[in-house]
Write a protein of this length. Structure first.
Length: 210
């Protein structure tokens, strides 16, 4: 009888864990993303057009992964109002209203080289303007990214330096094949570390003329 009780309890815990994981995955998929249009698709590759975007950004030094971690933490402090002069932007409840509203964080977080440093960016939610955003703290800048055209290579798994380099090489080879001139590269990460690796969405983005 005791074994059966433990078996039932274990099954209940496992069921709860699976349900929790499923809810977490659904929640992440609902995070706001910037709009874009797809001009062309070829397997894992897309050519997209993005509108002008309002972003919070910061620059940090060091290896890519360490710089991304530092940059993310600094921007998260801004979002959580730990290093800004206003109410800030909380990342929990999906309520859309005034300056002090609590809203979900957007995706993706992007990273790109800026001289000898790395620039990390959060796209600001669509309902915000420069005037309604909380003032940023030290090391954080509110900027506007102009409308742009980009080539994108999408892949899942853990975004190691090797995986990003492989994806970039594949994308640049495709651009060469299609006689398209590629410019600077940036990396986009759509999920938290808690998302199972096979379900993560990572992208390499290369700017295009036009």
């Amino acid at each position: 009888m005791k074994k059966r009780t433990w078996a039932i309890a274990a099954a209940a815990v496992a069921g709860t864990a699976v349900a929790g994981a499923a809810a977490f995955i659904v929640q992440e998929k609902r995070i706001e993303q910037p709009p874009y249009t797809v001009e062309r698709k070829d397997g894992a590759i897309e050519i997209r057009r993005y509108p002008e975007l309002l972003v919070a950004e910061t620059e940090t030094s060091g290896p890519r992964q360490a710089a991304l971690g530092s940059g993310f933490s600094r921007l998260a402090d801004y979002i959580f109002a730990k290093n800004c002069g206003g109410e800030g932007i909380a990342m929990t409840a999906p309520v859309l209203s005034e300056r002090d509203a609590k809203i979900a964080m957007t995706a993706p977080v992007t990273s790109e080289r800026s001289g000898d440093q790395w620039r990390t960016r959060f796209v600001m939610p669509a309902q915000y303007t420069r005037e309604t955003l909380p003032p940023p703290g030290p090391g954080v800048t509110i900027s506007t990214v102009p409308a742009r055209r980009v080539a994108v290579y999408r892949f899942s798994g853990v975004a190691t330096d090797a995986a990003l380099a492989k994806a970039e090489a594949a994308l640049r080879a495709w651009l060469t094949q299609e006689k398209l001139d590629g410019g600077a590269v940036s990396y986009a990460f759509y999920n938290s570390p808690f998302m199972p690796a096979p379900l993560r969405r990572n992208e390499v983005m290369i700017t295009l003329p036009g």
